[in-house]
Design a protein around this ligand. Sequence first.
Ligand code: SF4
Length: 951
Amino acid sequence: MEDEPQGPGTELGSYPPTDRWSDWVENDPRAWPKKAERHYRLIPTICFNCEAACGLLAYVDKETGEIGKIEGNPVHPASRGRLCAKGMAIMNQLQSEDRVLYPMKRKGRRGSNQWERTTWDEVLETFGARIRRAIREGRGEEVMYHVGRPGHDGYMERVLQGWGIDGHNSHVNICSAAARLGYFLWQGADRPSPDYANARCILLISAHLEAGHYFNPHAQRIIEAKTAGAKLIVVDPRLSNTASCADSWLAPHPGTEAAVLLAMAKVILDSGRFDAPFMRQWVNWEEYEADGFVARGKTFEEFITALKAHYARYTPEYAERESGVPADAIGQAARDVADAGSRFASHVWRACAAGNLGGWQSARALVLLHALTGSLGTRGGLSPNSWDKFVPEPFKAPPAQEHWNELLYPPEWPLSHHELSQLLPHFLKEGRGRLDVYFTRVFNPVWTYPDGFSWIEVLRDERLVGLHAALTPVWSETAAFADYVLPMGLACERHDIQSQETQAGRWIGFRQPVLRVFRELEHGEKVRCTYEANPGEVWEEDEFWTSLSWHIDPDGSMGIRQWFESQTEPGTPVSVDEYYGHIFDHSVPGLPASAAQEGLTPLQYMRKYGAFEVARDVYSVNETPLSDALVTTQEGDLLSEDGLAVGVLAGGRAVVGYETPSRKLELYSTTMRDWKWPEFALPEYIRSHVGPEALAMAGGATEGPGADGTPLVEWPSHARGEVLALVPTYRLPTLIHSRNNNAKWLFEISHKNPLLMSNADASRLQMGTGDLVKVHTEIGWFVISLWVTEGLKPGVVACSHHLGRWRRDRNEAIERWGSSVVSIEEPEPGKWMLRVKEATQPWVSADPDSQRIWWSDTGVHQNLTFPVHPDPVSGMQCWHQVVKVEKAGGDDRYGDVFVDTALAHQVYLKWKGLSRPAPGPGNLRRPLWFARVARPTPEAYLMRTAGGTPQ
Ligand code: SF4
């Protein structure tokens, strides 16, 4: 087609053809200049260094039985053979001497960092007995699993529901809760799936978006579209890598992005360049109520008139006053979006959504642009993630649990997306509950979360946390406060199923333990369990959880064992081959047929190729005809079965529509209206806690944005300096949140996180690059050096969030390529001081590179000084901070951190006071149509009194 993008070839030009993967021959580079052939078996697996799940090919040397190198898997439908730097660095992680290789048990007091080796059998006995007792005594909610980086969708929900407990905690509310709520309210799916490759205009609310989230699959498709002529608009206060590639960089003051987006919507509305047929059909305009106008019974044209009137105040000039982005630039961006029409793609994920009070409304405002341009579900547009992410049926699904754990979903945040995990230390301190058994899994809250010293205070207290196991490939600041540290596999050492909404298509990827597969395929060995093939006794969670479940319920009398039992050999635990073989046989459309064509079973096919494309060019799923089998009742356009909305009439045809109560795109949210937030039933602009007015109030102005004029920031007495907004949410594209996992190449590329400040602010404050500055928050301070730049909005400072790792002892194996040795003191209860004793420096090891470390500055740990800021609606940690910045004094040293956790608890209480607690309609804890992790029975949604009866 003439107007199709003609980007660069999407396939790699050269790669090992799949028919030679079982015996691939290359010359050994270490033998150069001689030509010495080496034979490899190429085994596919999936990267684990971010959520994108790119395909890897591990080159296993047939002579040594070791992985020689890692490259991209050319037949993976999303990554298409390409990897980012983090994917390439897996070799460092695999070969690191500092990884955890054996199960370890604490020797001294908790936190003292004294360990001894133990056995997997002892681990299983100890945890099995303790969990069994908790469940038998009706204390199942004292068992909690808390995940940082998940690997396999739905796996742990199945395990915990098999145990019958409500115990799944995650990191979502420090990550993406706000964007999820914004998207969910519109479409009933909490993530977007942009079709970048076919877009004519791409709008990215950046921060670290395409340098982080689905980085490699998205970035390559954005470049394809751009090469084919698409416009790229980036909205970010900071000149990110993404912004530097853009046609247009709009730099708003943080927290004002929704004002800019709504002004763009107004320009499109007023110019008449909206897609009226699409809106009339797919937007729930008949439910619209605002400003005294009720759309029911009115015409579409009357609704449009009312909509224009409602958004009349969001003029580009108003948005300019709020954001600092010139009105002309806003108008031009709106015209670019309108020009693209149905081929407009966009994304906001963390960025402003995750930084600001009310950030969830920026996602809603962004989707409004799609509703206006009819670019939802279209080629080159935006789809719900549920259309493109493939989630197969699990092996044996246990029933929903009957309990509701308020440590996970507390009543104050009934609309949260999802668990209020950042508040766990405060909940435990408040006496809302205790943890008898706590599993942290690839999760490092002491370092990653805000308010890390409050985490230390509860993790060291055995009355609050009875038994803590850290499931992790590496040592971390949090593992140091565990009772057991249990080594779990990296990308090449474990089984998982992965699928992400990286493009307009569906695929499934298979992560597998490469050395186990090598021994089985190359030598015909039967490996009993994965830790026998991995380095040391590194295990994988699939087998760990199955074994633990058998230890909890050894005779099957608790009804738990059945969910982890083989179907082909009853009375024995299900093996990984049976588990995945069952899924691939029964739940992946097209896979059995494709496998059969090659004379393979579906499991053999996935072991050979590592990925399978389920569908491509997935668009307009909302127009899928409703199954004739459904017996429906009709009310207006809405079609229901047994009181449950299942479809909608579109142009006289019964189709499935969207996953919302109206089965349409919900511009007007009756849920927001009915759950105590009627003022936010529509996409609106909420002034942020770091917006211009909030900064003015924090600087002493007496009028402000709070509903009652109360400033959210109260300064401790030591806080002095210039009031600025701190943006701490971006990441460098070569680093992996809190788990570089000893990737030396990545630390060599990126190892310091200076505080960025605009030239305008720096010259006004007479500060310059390299100056040591003290940054005060509401609960403490940190000391850092300055980097002056033109690439930042004045009034803002910014600091990348994944540096400043620390260890308390020189020989502690926490990221020694990029961590400082620190002292941590608590001279008074709740007053914590961290000071750098020794910068990163070379050390002697079997890896000669450890003596070649040329860098010493490994950054400053800012997150410790941030209090929790739970958004009252989404529950999102609002990461941005109002800070005071002053020149450091004579006693201040680079890397100093001071925190008062009593102040941190006060800030928690203040933000909790902004919430509007459940119950909602029907005495519910949460709207029944809202997604929930490990969803309990409908009865559990009812709020109950202490006596167990509904309130
Ligand atoms: S984007 Fe990079 S880190 Fe993420 S999965 Fe792909 S290769 Fe791995």
